[in-house]
Design a protein around this ligand. Structure first.
Ligand code: HEC
Length: 459
């Protein structure tokens, strides 16, 4: 993973200079924003005690309407009048008990944000902010950016490819994208379509700054919602099978679940001891399995957040996880290079470093593993990583069943075509290669972004 991050920084350097201070200017002009400034503070310092399942003082701060309605003493704020607002009085300590209860008070600058926001009318700008954050100028590339995520639409007609600050939609195998979904997250680490194909989830962020999950309306190519979370890039995001929730990992060691329809954070779980890099929901969406740098794969109840058990033997850091399309079986892999297949539905309670639920230990990969994917029929597993070779395995027997040649080393993303027979691969060199599984042949290869011609001709 460290490798991946280093690669990425190099690759985006060539384009990063093209983005000026536009964002900072826009922010200053807009004053204090509910969605960008207030909501993240509430999420971080207040939500633990003021949410639907724990409304202390009668207050729920997870959405604007409930925040406005307030708790047992009525409305949290009086628009335009910070001095008459309960919320501010509890933050400053003018009213007991001071919030956040039992914790150090918020920084004076954060309290000032609340004051300014209420003074300027306490507006909810969530939806207009989502619109403004999208639709920026598409980046200009002089070289293809590293590909970190790929996803096919359920009908197989569209391939979504991560770019720099954007997602490119390809309906044909050429360098001209059919749509460019430009957002503010520099890096897109995960992509996924809902089962109806209407919504595309893209998750990533800006390192050491913010994490973001974007929900795009595929037909209109408009950003429907952008949810900021954590203070770092989000990793390993996955949609629940019914498309109503998205889970992702954070550098703060948490796994979070957000509701797609509202953007509301439903759960925040702290079972890992290091960065979380991958998540998948179980077949019925009731459980979730996450992997991370702490070398653990954790099985957790996706409704309550309660820890169920450790799935794996502790080996190296875990980077990748994929779930079988119809069975409670997961493939995991990472630093240790060995892909493991585990079942996660067994009644037998397993202990850490136990192999009760191990189905197959596959052959060691030629390098660190970065991504794993099951074919739509559940019969084949593809393993990609530091090597240019992408081996295929028979899921039932664990035997090698073929391989694709990605043409270069460092393959961060693989995706099977929904109708089977083909595998899309992308990584360090920025090319998309499509492999025909039966023959292992590359049937198409293209650069997914438009590359700007140099002004001075070399001829
Ligand atoms: C550790 C739990 C906890 C945290 C964290 C917390 N609160 Fe509270 N909050 C409470 C409790 C308990 C009450 C009820 C206090 C009482 O009535 O004595 C309360 C009451 C309130 C009230 C008054 C509601 C009413 O109508 O009486 C406001 C406003 C409030 N909190 C805002 C916040 C804000 C803003 C934050 C974050 C900066 C925060 N709280 C963080 C536990 C918490």
């Amino acid at each position: 993973m460290t490798l991946l991050i280093a690669f990425l920084s190099v690759a985006v350097l060539s384009v990063s200079g093209l983005f000026g201070g536009g964002e900072a200017e826009a922010k200053a002009a807009a004053g204090v924003s509910y969605s960008q400034d207030i909501q993240p503070l509430l999420q971080r310092s207040c939500q633990g005690c003021h949410q639907p399942s724990s409304r202390q003082g009668g207050l729920d701060v997870t959405n604007f309407e409930n925040l406005r309605t307030g708790g047992q003493h009525g409305a949290s704020f009086v628009s335009g009048a910070p001095e008459r607002s309960l919320l501010l009085a509890h933050l400053t300590g003018d009213r007991e008990p001071r919030m956040p209860l039992g914790m150090p008070p918020l920084d004076a600058s954060d309290i000032e944000l609340f004051r300014k926001w209420i003074a300027s009318g306490a507006r909810d700008d969530s939806s207009e902010m989502a619109t403004r954050l999208a639709g920026g100028k598409p980046p200009v590339y002089r070289q293809p950016p590293v590909i970190t995520a790929l996803a096919y639409s359920p009908d197989g007609g569209t391939l979504a490819v991560s770019g720099y600050r954007e997602v490119l939609l390809h309906r044909d195998s050429d360098s001209v994208p059919d749509a460019r979904l430009v957002g503010t997250a520099d890096r897109i680490q995960s992509l996924g379509f809902t089962a109806d194909g209407k919504t595309l989830m893209a998750a990533g962020g800006r390192p050491a700054s913010f994490g973001e999950v974007q929900f795009w309306d595929v037909e209109s190519e408009q950003l429907r919602r952008a949810v900021r979370s954590c203070h770092d890039t989000l990793f390993g995001a996955s949609l629940s099978p019914d498309g109503t929730r998205v889970a992702f990992g954070c550098a703060d060691h948490t796994v979070r679940i957000v509701e797609v329809a509202t953007g509301k954070e439903l759960l925040k779980m702290s079972h890992h001891e290091n960065w979380v890099l991958g998540t998948v929901f179980g077949v019925d969406g009731k459980r979730i399995i996450s992997v991370g740098r702490d070398r653990a794969a954790k099985l957790v109840d996706a409704t309550t957040g309660a820890f169920i058990e450790n799935v794996n033997l502790l080996k190296g850091e875990l980077t990748a996880i994929a779930r079988h399309p119809s069975r409670e079986t997961v493939a995991i892999g990472g630093e240790d290079r060995t892909p493991f297949l585990y079942r996660v539905d067994k009644a037998a309670k397993m202990l850490i470093a136990d192999s009760t639920n191990l189905l197959h230990e596959l052959e060691k990969h030629d390098g660190e593993i970065f991504d794993l994917a099951f074919s739509p029929d559940g019969k084949t597993l593809a393993v990609s990583g530091a090597s240019s070779r992408v081996p295929l395995y028979d899921v039932e027997s664990g035997a090698a069943s073929g391989a694709c040649d990605a043409g270069h080393q460092g393959i961060y993303a693989v995706a099977f075509h929904p109708q089977g027979g083909r595998l899309a691969m992308g990584g360090f060199d920025g090319n998309v290669r499509i492999c025909e599984l039966d023959s292992g042949r590359t049937v198409s290869e293209f650069i997914p972004v438009p590359i700007q011609e140099t002004l001075v001709s070399s001829r």
